[in-house]
Structures are given as structure tokens and as C-alpha cells.
Design a protein around this ligand. Sequence first.
Ligand SMILES: C[S@@+](CC[C@H](N)C(=O)[O-])C[C@H]1O[C@@H](n2cnc3c(N)ncnc32)[C@H](O)[C@@H]1O
Length: 198
Amino acid sequence: MGQINMEEQLKEIIKYFSTRLTSLFLTVEDFQQLLNLAVNVPENGRIVEIGAGAGCSLVTMAAASKAKTRGIELITIDLFQKANYLEYGYNITKESALDKFLENMKFWELDVKLLREHSALAYKKIEDKSVDLLFIDGDHQYAEIKADIINYSLKVKDGGILCGHDYQKCHPGVVKAVDEMFGKNFQVFKDSSIWRRN
Ligand SMILES: C[S@@+](CC[C@H](N)C(=O)[O-])C[C@H]1O[C@@H](n2cnc3c(N)ncnc32)[C@H](O)[C@@H]1O
């Protein structure tokens, strides 16, 4: 798929989720950066995400990497247990959050392995050094995201990408954990809150 088609597809993804969520999980720049990060995942590679939510990020990474046609495995981890998803721009309760996620995966025809458990347990099911792209967007509290970074960095292949969402003032836990774990060895993309380890 050429660059123009990819841009068109990104527009379709944003349009799809804009009509289904009260507010999007990702900004347009976030979508764009995520697309740039996923585009080079190798054939038969593996993408892992912590925090499936509505599936905005997963659909974007799948489209950018052409997961369906290039044999890329998609694994996402989510408890789907919050009492109220309003803070995530999702006007539904935990009873329907999972259904909505699955509905979105069906629409985009994605074959996804969902690990419906706490990220602090799920990482044990993923082999070390097996992941080409790891996207962290689960619990945004300091201790929890720090634990996610520690546990999941072991899972990333040498040369693979470790990145996440919400490096911004309104998520001080993310900022503190990322600063502490990587020092100067990370970047935050312009006009976006997506960060990646260098
Ligand atoms: C911000 S939302 C993710 C948004 C998603 N990336 C998207 O683009 O639609 C965070 C999600 O992480 C899940 N979550 C939070 N802490 C978790 C944990 N420790 N383990 C597994 N899932 C968790 C929540 O249930 C929620 O659905």
C-alpha cells in the first residue's frame, strides 16, 4: 500500500472512531506517529499493546504494518474491568467495553489475541525478545507504568521499538516513570504525547 493509501486509511480510522467515541483516545498527531512507528514492523513480526481500550491504537498499528497480509501477530492486553470508561472518552460501562472492543476488531477484520488480565501477569505469557513493537497505554499511574516498562522491555527484540502514550503534564505518573527509566535515552514526538525509547 502506497503512502497516499495509508493516509487515506488513517483518515478512515479516525473517522470511524470519531463517530463511536465521545472523545478520541489519540490525537491526530498521535495516530500519525503510531502509524510511523508501526510501518516498519517486519513480516511475520509481533506487535504487543498494553491497554486495548476501544482499539484505536491497535487498528492503526495493524493498518500501518499491514498485519493481515504480512503475517504480523497482534497481541493486546486489557482487563476490561473499569467501572466507568467515561474518563477514556467511552460512554459505556465495563459490561459493554469488551463487546465494543470486539465489535471494532470485527469491523476492521483483525485477528487479535486478547489477554484479558492484568499487565503485571500477562507479560509472563510473552516470550522474551520476541516483540517488534511494544506500545504501552494501560495504567497511567507511576508505579504501574514503571512496572510495565520493566516487565515488558524484556519482551522487546534487540532493535525492536518500545513506546507508549501520554507523556504529558496531565499524566505525571507517565512522565516520572519514563524520565526515570530512560533518562535522556528517549524521545517524545512533536505535537504528540507518544514517546519511544531511543
Ligand atoms: C487509555 S485506555 C487504552 C486506549 C487504547 N490504546 C485505544 O487506543 O483505544 C487504557 C486501557 O488500559 C486498561 N488497563 C489499565 N490498566 C491495566 C492493567 N494494569 N492491565 C491491563 N489493562 C489495563 C483499561 O481497562 C483501559 O481499557
